[in-house]
Design a protein around this ligand. Structure first.
Ligand code: A2R
Length: 340
């Protein structure tokens, strides 16, 4: 799309992705309006006067209507959300209110105002929730959750396709499923030009400090500066599909241009890596070598895995990394030696 002169409204512009997206669109010549909550001055701080800040709260339909009046957008990127999964367990109603009711407010404001922008919704791969990868896992899951979840059509349910069943496992994921269905329904019911993404993890400078990649990176920095001599982290065996944030930003722009209205698209890298592999890569990049990995809380360990086992398990080649013990559950502590 030629973004030159296009009027774009970005909700969540002060957030991690919103700031990258706004910058990208400004560079492409778009006229960018950013919805920003009153207490925040993020847009101006980051983009000077180039981005047009519109004050508003997604949970308040009147402020969204005002934002639409001011911006008269050709495209809306709807990124505003409570985006942190652990917080959603603590504050499920706030999460639903922001992510689901907030989305309904935006759609309803667009419908009532009779404007006709393309609306791109930042949904999440978390909407898939529980993905069945083996018969054994399926039997365990079925025993635990009964008929609560849709049956798999095939096992393994990999790669994760848009047609996979949605089994949201957190209030955050649930709120995004509802937001997504609202988006798609407003297309079928009212003809609004909505497009939904289910984005897999995306990372880059400026990622919130509480997200796992930032937690790891800040611990590596502390190691480098001598402030600490260890990395402590839980759940290292979770696997993620990581992209750079700019790839996802470009994906959102492609969806605005080419996405089929009322439809849904995965955005991701098609590669998965474990949190442990992320830690090891970060350490390697920073010039450290893992001498030994041991459990802190007596979790199950595997002694002396070969490098081949290691590469197979984590999908990464760590030829230079010597691992004495590999932990399978619980918190772990790394004993680390300088490379030289
Ligand atoms: O917290 P603030 O005031 O800086 O604004 C955040 C905004 N936001 C809201 N904006 C208007 N009304 C609300 N009630 C409201 N609640 C939150 O959403 C911030 O600008 C943005 C969220 O930014 P992050 O937490 O950094 O999310 P990130 O990583 O940029 O993700 C963007 C989207 C989200 O929908 C995620 O759920 C999805 O991509 O993966």
């Amino acid at each position: 799309m030629d973004w030159g002169g296009k009027r774009v409204l970005v909700t969540g512009v002060s957030g991690f992705v919103g700031s990258y997206l706004a910058k990208y669109l400004l560079e492409k010549g778009a006229e960018v309006y950013g919805l920003v909550r009153k207490k925040v001055d993020g847009g101006k701080q980051k983009f000077g006067e180039k981005i047009k800040i519109v004050e508003g709260d997604i949970t308040n339909i009147y402020s969204i209507t005002l934002a639409l009046n001011k911006s008269e957008p050709d495209v809306v990127f709807h990124l505003a959300a409570q985006s942190f999964v652990p917080k959603s367990f603590e504050y499920p109603l706030d999460t639903l209110n922001t992510n689901t009711i907030g989305t309904a407010n935006l759609l309803e404001a667009v419908r009532l105002k009779e404007v006709d922008p393309v609306i791109v919704f930042a949904g999440s791969s978390d909407e898939y929730g529980l993905v069945i990868s083996s018969e054994e896992q399926y039997n365990r899951v079925k025993k635990k959750y009964g008929t609560m979840f849709p049956e798999p059509e095939k096992i393994p349910e990999l790669p994760v396709r848009e047609s996979n069943p949605l089994r949201p496992m957190s209030p955050y994921a649930m709120s995004k499923v509802h937001g997504e269905y609202l988006m798609r329904n407003y297309y079928y019911a009212y003809g609004l030009k909505t497009v939904v993404s289910r984005s897999f993890n995306h990372e880059g400078a400026g990622r919130g400090a509480m997200f796992v990649t930032s937690v790891i990176t800040s611990q590596v920095v502390k190691l480098k500066s001598g402030e600490s001599d260890r990395i402590v982290i839980g759940n290292v065996n979770a696997f993620r599909d990581w992209s750079h944030v700019m790839d996802i930003v470009e994906g959102y722009c492609l969806l605005a241009e080419k996405g089929k209205h009322g439809d849904v698209y995965n955005l991701g890298s098609m590669r998965t890596n474990s949190v442990l592999s992320y830690i090891l890569l970060s350490l390697e990049q920073a010039g450290w070598k893992i001498e030994k990995i041991e459990t802190m809380n007596g979790g199950k360990t595997v002694d002396n895995p070969t490098e081949r086992d290691y590469s197979k398990i984590f999908g990464v080649n760590f030829e230079k990394t010597k691992v004495d013990k590999m932990m399978l559950e619980g918190d772990i502590e790394f004993t680390i030696k300088n490379k030289g």
